[in-house]
Ligand binder design. Structure first.
Ligand SMILES: NC(=O)c1ccc[n+]([C@@H]2O[C@H](COP(=O)([O-])OP(=O)(O)OC[C@H]3O[C@@H](n4cnc5c(N)ncnc54)[C@H](O)[C@@H]3O)[C@@H](O)[C@H]2O)c1
Length: 247
């Protein structure tokens, strides 16, 4: 049975991704730092191993990786989905706020991928990193979040370049807005309305629509796809000059 590690699996996109992998016959190591939410999410799911771990903490990541290596037949895929959002202007983004975003969104992706590298190489596995449309286009209030996600895109390409010779594929998914707890904490009613207006498909995406791309990229169907940055965003990124008067 194939094993995938999904970080940030206790809710939102990570939980939807976990369920799609289970439906497709994978075993899922569900990683999250929110222990009660993780326990609740894992209840009733067959084929999961919930592991409490803060992906921004090197010692916790090392422990998680050792556990995975000791308990899994193979490490076939890693989905770096754990993320935090904190929107604010440059003037108010002090170093502590900047680091809080960077340590999960960027350091976490680096640390887990590095810690599981041997297992992924042995299995000729796949890495999928979750960035965001905020890493594709800049905007106000996203100096930390947007920069962390832009860095995740490049980190993905570094991984693809270096790990390709071991048969490991690395790809990056950039979701558009999805109405999860993370998004609802930072999307005001005005932002929600503006998104609907700016997205060609005129709506938010669903957790499952993002999960479908993630599971596809981890599957044999994507066996020649690596180093790619793929927006799953209802067409938002493709619309170039997004002026309302030009639509
Ligand atoms: N929802 C959106 O609109 C949207 C858009 C673009 C990108 N994304 C990205 O998708 C990913 C999933 O977001 P979501 O909307 O499902 O969020 P969410 O808040 O619903 O879920 C995120 C999960 O990650 C966990 N987590 C956060 N930091 C962690 C850490 N350091 N270690 C371990 N677990 C941690 C949380 O406990 C939570 O269970 C994130 O990387 C986010 O940036 C989301």
């Amino acid at each position: 049975m194939k094993t995938v590690i999904v970080t940030g699996a206790a809710r939102g996109i990570g939980l939807a991704t976990t369920k799609q992998f289970l439906d497709q016959g994978w075993r899922v190591v569900m990683v999250d730092r929110d222990e009660p939410a993780l326990e609740q999410a894992a209840l009733g799911l067959v084929g999961v191993d919930p592991v409490v771990c803060d992906v921004s903490q090197p010692d916790q990541v090392a422990q998680m990786a050792a556990h995975v290596m000791a308990t899994s037949e193979s490490v076939d895929a890693l989905v770096n989905n754990a993320g935090v959002a904190d929107f604010g202007p440059i003037a108010e983004t002090d170093f502590a706020r900047w680091r809080t975003v960077m340590e999960t969104n960027l350091d976490g992706v680096f640390l887990t991928s590095q810690a599981l590298r041997e297992g992924l190489c042995a299995a000729r596995g796949a890495i999928v990193n979750i960035a965001s449309i905020s890493g594709l286009r800049a905007s106000t209030l996203r100096v930390a979040y947007g920069t962390s996600k832009a860095a995740v895109k490049h980190l993905t390409q570094q991984q693809a370049a270096e790990l390709g010779e071991f048969g490991v594929r690395a790809n990056c998914v950039c979701p558009g807005p999805v109405a999860t707890k993370l998004a609802m904490a930072v999307h005001s009613p005005a932002i929600i309305a503006a998104y609907h207006d700016a997205i060609p498909l005129n709506r938010y995406g669903t957790e499952d629509e993002i999960a479908s791309m993630i599971t596809f990229l981890c599957s044999e169907k994507a066996s020649y796809v690596t180093g790619q940055i793929i927006a799953v965003d209802g067409g938002f990124e493709s619309t170039g000059i997004g002026l309302p008067d030009l639509r």
